[in-house]
Design a protein around this ligand. Structure first.
Ligand code: ADP
Ligand code: ADP
Length: 225
């Protein structure tokens, strides 16, 4: 599904150059659940942002299926993100002024042919176990419920790839475990997931663990199933 070849990301600010990614080679197959670990500053967020087409690499190639992302302009990249990807963030990123159902419906913004939008929203909320919260506002939900709403928003458009940046980072153990259960369930139904995490136990739940150090992948271990 994904082929990264020799991906580089250099930043220059105030004439100081930082290389966040030093030539990343990575393939991700459909159906994998990949956990990315490594110390702060090693390039995890940058790699996730490149995978999510939020950030353009300064070198190398990114193929998604047979689409070369370097060939897309800003509009094409926005459409690619909206049609193909689902994002889950550490801080949930729900919109306070919208109900949970309206927040989830945002995940269909790029799906013009989505058909029964309400039905799809209801199904996504049901899948993450918060159907009864559809008409509530984010501040009326616990952190764990807000993250489940964010997962519903990420999956409502049936994305090819889910990208999660420390999805349990702001949650207590119990709510974190619930979120990991949901991600595991989605993966066993066929969803492809790439997740950045600081939690070794969350990484153990994934089907592959990648370790990064100083902008490089230093280990990749696929779990025996
Ligand atoms: P984390 O360690 O949780 O990944 P960081 O605090 O390192 O988060 O980074 C948060 C965001 O700030 C990232 O998206 C990154 O692009 C940006 N960032 C990190 N370091 C710098 C920097 N030196 N200058 C500008 N932006 C930065
Ligand atoms: P991680 O997510 O593993 O904490 P990041 O990908 O956020 O790491 O950052 C990798 C490196 O790139 C760090 O040295 C960080 O300071 C630097 N960096 C990230 N974003 C920026 C930016 N926008 N400008 C300058 N440096 C950045």
């Amino acid at each position: 599904m994904i082929r990264l070849r020799n991906i580089q990301r250099r930043y220059v600010s105030d004439e100081v150059e930082t290389t966040a990614l030093h030539g990343i080679d990575l393939n991700v197959d459909a159906g994998e659940f990949v956990a990315i670990m490594g110390p702060s500053g090693c390039g995890k967020s940058t790699l996730l942002n490149v995978l999510g087409a939020i950030d353009r690499p300064t070198g190398g190639n990114y193929l998604f299926g047979d689409q070369d992302l370097a060939a897309l302009g800003e509009t094409g990249l926005a459409r690619f993100r909206g049609e193909t990807l689902g994002f889950v963030f550490q801080s949930f990123n729900l919109i306070d002024e919208l109900t949970i159902a309206e927040n989830v419906e945002l995940g269909l913004a790029y799906r013009r042919k989505a058909g029964d939008r309400r039905g799809r929203v209801a199904m996504a909320l049901d899948k993450v176990g918060i159907a009864h919260r559809a008409r509530h506002y984010p501040h009326q939900l616990s952190g764990g419920q807000q993250q489940r709403a964010a997962i519903a928003r990420a999956i409502v458009g049936a994305p090819k790839l889910i990208l999660a940046d420390e999805p349990t980072g702001n949650l207590d153990t119990e709510n974190g475990a619930q979120v990991m259960n949901i991600l595991t369930g989605l993966n066993s139904e066929g969803a492809t997931i790439v997740m950045v995490t600081h939690s070794p136990s969350d990484a153990d739940i994934a089907t592959r663990r990648i370790d990064m150090l100083d902008g490089r992948i230093v280990a990749s271990v696929t779990r025996a199933l």
